[in-house]
Design a protein around this ligand. Structure first.
Ligand SMILES: Cc1cc2nc3c(=O)[nH]c(=O)nc-3n(C[C@H](O)[C@H](O)[C@H](O)COP(=O)(O)OP(=O)(O)OC[C@H]3O[C@@H](n4cnc5c(N)ncnc54)[C@H](O)[C@@H]3O)c2cc1C
Length: 481
């Protein structure tokens, strides 16, 4: 009997890769759509030298998760396009707030003066943390907005944290768990009564990063060392990020792993011998299942046998995002170069942010912009099933208003990505622990990876796949035997 991976997005393919390395075959990946990659989708216009990404476009090379992806990218021999810390796209990040584009400070000197949209120098936010005591009752969790407001003041919560959350998960900082991005700061505050105090105390402690232990075969991956040495801030791939899932699929195919496209799993049940999956009206016995499916897609598969597990999976909410890619023939349209801009939700605009793709990577004389819209506020702004034309018009209107670009784009694409980003709302960590405890208590031969559980970025989901595979015992009985 074999191991089955559900989903051929980047996490499912990565799970396949790590399963192959650990256990060998037989192993099959079942993907519902006719292509691999999930939300990673690149449209490379070779003749015009530009690229549209409708999902992710850059990966950060930081930390253990960044090192892990670089190891994979290196093993697949993919051509990397690094963006160094000195590059304009790494240095310049902007907000559109209070009717103007505001360049965010990118050095410690920026803490001293008053930079719009803030009305006070940013060092005052640090003073606020130092002079404000910790919470009396210890919290298990709270929203990242309320944490930032408590520690650094409302302006930081509105103009720094809220837009950052829009940029990362298209969510509302008032709902997203502080543990999503600031778990260690939150825990320092809970322990030492303040973020800065906590940071100072922990500097004197001998901190070993337990998460790294045992992950890499030998030393840190060589490409990661290069990224550190050369100060990469982020990177993309030549011809787009879709090259990563494509290369993984090729690698798996060359090693006799079956990647079955257009093969949606309709049901998943468990018995004493393992599991049964229903694919294309056939009921297949498998030893172990690794699901990389979005939680809301896995829930209906297990509902008949495990309704309470299904209900817990459905408690992880998702948002819809509109992505509008725009191409202009001239490369002199932007007045300020940079990675792009974010729009704080207090501005009450349908736009979450605009990415300046042609500042990040060379686009052969074109200006390429990506407008992200909707997210947590999708229904409020776009109601039910907005047309592509309506969405394109709204995106262009805001490009005109915010960036003063009067020209019509030469070429554009509109994608409405339904339920594309899970929301790690307050209590998420506990929710995921409960889901995994349920699986453990019922001894289900099921592992969960993917964006629903351990982080929403590409690095997170690849690492999540690796960790779940690492947890499987190599003996008694290894999956697939
Ligand atoms: C607009 C946008 C921009 C982003 N930008 C970035 C970025 O710049 N950097 C970054 O690091 N991350 C970014 N991300 C996040 C990143 O794209 C995700 O973390 C990653 O793609 C999630 O991969 P996944 O494999 O977990 O899920 P998915 O991509 O959702 O893959 C799941 C797969 O399962 C398949 N499936 C569903 N149901 C079934 C079924 N019943 N049977 C079989 N198959 C099924 C689906 O077809 C899909 O292929 C972005 C995401 C979005 C939406």
């Amino acid at each position: 009997m074999k191991t089955a991976v559900l989903g051929g997005g980047i996490s499912g393919l990565s799970a396949g890769y790590y399963l192959l390395r650990k256990f060998g075959k037989p192993l099959t990946i079942y993907e519902a759509s006719p292509r691999v990659g999930g939300w990673i989708r690149s449209e490379w216009h070779k003749e015009r030298g530009f690229l549209f990404e409708s999902g992710p476009r850059t990966i950060r090379p930081k930390g253990i998760a960044g090192a892990n992806t670089l190891e994979l990218v290196d093993q697949l021999n993919l051509p990397i396009k690094p963006i160094r810390a000195s590059h304009v796209a790494a240095r310049n990040r902007m907000l559109y707030a209070k009717g103007q584009i505001c360049l965010l400070p990118n050095s410690p000197r920026g803490l001293i003066g008053t930079v719009p949209p803030f009305t006070k120098p940013l060092y005052r936010a640090l003073l606020h943390d130092l002079t404000t005591g910790g919470t009396v009752a210890k919290n298990e969790d709270e929203s990242i907005y309320s944490f930032a407001q408590r520690r650094f003041g409302k302006e930081i919560a509105d103009y720094a944290i809220s837009p950052m959350i829009c940029g990362i998960c298209a969510g509302d900082a008032r709902e997203i768990s502080v543990r999503f991005l600031m778990e260690s700061l939150f825990e320092k505050e809970q322990k030492y009564g303040g973020v800065i105090k906590g940071m100072l105390y922990s500097r004197f402690k001998n901190n070993v990063d337990e998460s790294k232990v045992g992950l890499f075969d030998q030393d840190e991956p060589k490409l990661f060392k290069q990224a550190v040495q050369e100060k990469w801030a982020m990177y993309g791939l030549a011809d787009g990020l879709e090259q990563l899932p494509r290369a993984l699929r090729k690698y798996l195919g060359e090693h006799d792993v079956n990647v079955q496209l257009s093969s949606k799993c309709h049901n998943l049940s468990f018995n004493n011998d393992g599991a049964r999956i229903s694919v294309r009206d056939v009921d297949l016995p498998v030893a172990h299942v690794v699901s990389s499916l979005p939680a809301h897609q896995l829930a209906p598969l297990v509902r008949t046998q495990h309704p309470s597990l299904a209900a817990q999976l459905l408690d992880i909410p998702y948002v819809d995002v509109v992505v509008v890619n725009l191409q202009y023939n001239s490369d002199r349209l932007l007045k300020q170069n940079g990675f792009g801009l974010l729009v704080p939700p207090v501005e009450k605009l349908p736009v979450l942010g605009v990415i300046f793709d042609s500042c990040c990577f060379d686009m052969a004389g074109n200006t390429i912009l990506t407008v992200m819209m909707g997210g947590r506020w999708f229904d409020k702004w776009f109601g039910h099933q907005p047309s592509q034309k309506e969405l394109r018009d709204i995106a262009q209107l805001h490009v005109r208003k915010i960036l003063h670009i009067k020209e019509e784009p030469n070429f554009s694409r509109v994608h409405t990505l339904h339920k594309c980003i899970p929301q790690y709302t307050v209590g998420h960590k506990r929710r995921v622990e409960n889901i995994r405890s349920y699986i453990k208590n019922y001894k289900l031969p099921l592992s969960l990876c993917g964006a629903a559980y351990d982080g929403v970025g590409i690095n997170d989901v690849i690492l999540s796949a690796r960790r779940q595979v690492n947890k499987l015992p190599v003996h008694q009985p290894p999956p697939g035997h």
